[in-house]
Write a protein that binds this ligand. Sequence first.
Ligand SMILES: Nc1ncnc2c1ncn2[C@@H]1O[C@H](COP(=O)(O)OP(=O)(O)O)[C@@H](O)[C@H]1O
Ligand SMILES: [Mg+2]
Length: 368
Amino acid sequence: MAVKRIGVIGSGQLGRMMALAATHLDTEFVFFDEASESPCSNLGKSIQPSSDNALKAFIESVDVVTYESENTDATLVDDINQQVPVYPSSISLLKSQHRLTEKSFFQSIGIQTADFRKVESLADLTSAVEELGLPIILKTTREGYDGKGQAMIKEASDVEAAWQTLQGTELIAEAFVHFSRELSVIAARNVKGDVEIYPLAENDHSAGILRVSRVPVKALSEQKLTQARQYITTLLNELNHVGVLTLELFDTDSGLIANEMAPRVHNSGHWSIEGAYCSQFENHIRAICDMPLGSTSARQEYAAMINIIGKHGNQESVLKQENSFYHAYGKSERLNRKIGHINIVASNEAEIERTIKQYSAFVSECGE
Ligand SMILES: Nc1ncnc2c1ncn2[C@@H]1O[C@H](COP(=O)(O)OP(=O)(O)O)[C@@H](O)[C@H]1O
Ligand SMILES: [Mg+2]
C-alpha cells in the first residue's frame, strides 16, 4: 500500500494528535501554517503559507487535505479542492463558521435550537430582548471560541453594556437555555458514507472553557440518546460530511437542544485516545482516506478527560498512575491556553471520580 500523504491546514494540538494517531497506518503529514515552531513541528513537514509558491508546494506534496479549525478559509479549501480532495468540504465549514447560518440550518433539518435573532443595531437588540425575554446571550456570529465574543444580558440594564462591548460586527442574540448539563456527540463519516458514533460525553465548563469530559453520560434516557444519534446522523448526511463532526448539546426537560457544531475532532472527544477502540483522531484520518472506520465503542466502562489549562502541573503524579494518560501538546504555559490533557479510564465510577479528584489541582490551576 502506498503511503498516504495528508495535508493539514493548521499546526496545533489537533493536527498533532491526528499525526500521532495515524502514522501507524502508513500516513505522512504536511502542515500548512505560518507558525515555524508548533505542536506539529516534529511530526511532519511544515510549509508556511507566506513562503514562495507555498500553496503549490503544499498541494503537490499531499494526496488529501483536512483542517483543524472551523475558521479555516473556505475559499482556500475550495481552491485546494480543485486539485486534491479536501475533507470535510467547504459546505461543512461555511455552515459551522457563522452562528446564524448554523442555527437556521439546524432548524431547517429538524434539529432544535435556542430561539435567536440577528442583531445589527441597538434597536435590533432591544427588540430581541422584548421578543426572546431575558436572560439572553449576545454573541458574535463569527470566530468565537472558549466563550469569547459573548455577553450575557440578565437584566434590561445590561443591554447597553453588552452592545458597547460587542458592537462593530454582526451579532446573534440567543435565548438563554436552562439546561441541566452540557453534552456532546461526536461521529465520523467516511468517503463511502459509513457512519460511526461515539458514546456521548458530558462536559463541564468553567469561565467558558471546557474543563472535564466524562463518558458515559449518566442516566441518559433512551429517547435522548436516540435524538442525539439522529441529530448527528442527519447532519453528517445532509452535509455529505467526510471526517469527524461534533455537535454540542444542552440537556433540557424538553429534550436535547443543539448549541453549535464543529466540522472537526473536538476537545470533548480527546478521551477516545485511550478510552475508545479507535480514537476520534484515527477515525478522522481513516474517514478522509477512504478506509473502513474503526470501532467507536469504549474500551472500558468509564472514561474521563481533564484539560490542562494555563500551567503544566505535576506531570509525574499522572505518569505514575496505571489508569491515567498524560498528553502534552508541546506548548508553553500561558493564561487560559489549552496545553495538554489527562485521560483516565476505569471499570467503575468511583475510581473515575476519585482520580478526577486527585487531579483537582489541574482543574483549578487553570488560570482563573
Ligand atoms: N443559548 C445559551 N443558553 C445557555 N448557555 C449558553 C448558550 N449559548 C452558550 N452558552 C454557554 O456558553 C458556552 C460557550 O458558548 P458556545 O456557543 O458554545 O461558544 P464557543 O464557540 O465559545 O464554544 C456554552 O458551552 C454554554 O455553557
Ligand atoms: Mg462551544
